[in-house]
Write a protein that binds this ligand. Structure first.
Ligand code: ZN
Length: 143
């Protein structure tokens, strides 16, 4: 599987909007830190970023650093991409369940789609796709 890391200026896939709390989340990724919101009321970790804790309703939270370790929760494989920039098929969109609990939509690099398995241990890697945007991706880990 080819790396999606590209030389500066050649990245043509859709990019996230770096605004609001989502922009803050990508700001941590740019520093190569994977962080999630953690409720200061009950300790619940959450993702995607939002104002209130879904467990206790508190509006108190912090950006807490994740271990970067998790497991493959589920995935879907794309054979016919719906966007012209996604030329390396097949590829899988994956949902990673982090050790701390939150689930994140991402990609796994270095492992073919036929090798993916439920609960496969993974760890985060940081892919600087543009000077402004870093994406959190994952690779298989030893467990
Ligand atoms: Zn809470």
């Amino acid at each position: 599987m080819a790396s999606e890391t590209t030389t500066e200026g050649n990245y043509t896939k859709p990019l996230p909007r770096l605004k609001g709390m989502t922009g803050e989340w990508f700001g941590w990724l740019k520093k190569h830190e994977l962080r999630f919101q953690k409720c200061t009321g009950c300790g619940h970790w959450r993702h995607v970023p939002r104002e209130l804790c879904p467990e206790c309703g508190s509006d108190g939270w912090e950006w807490a650093r994740s271990s970067g370790k998790g497991k493959l929760y589920t995935w879907t494989t794309t054979y016919r991409p719906m966007h012209p920039s996604f030329t390396e098929v097949p590829f899988a969109q994956v949902v990673i369940e982090m050790e701390e609990g939150p689930r994140v939509l991402s990609h796994i690099v270095g492992t073919g789609v036929e090798e993916l398995d439920f609960d496969m241990p993974v760890e985060v890697i940081f892919d600087d796709v543009t000077p402004e945007v870093t994406l959190a991706k994952f690779r298989k880990s030893g467990g």
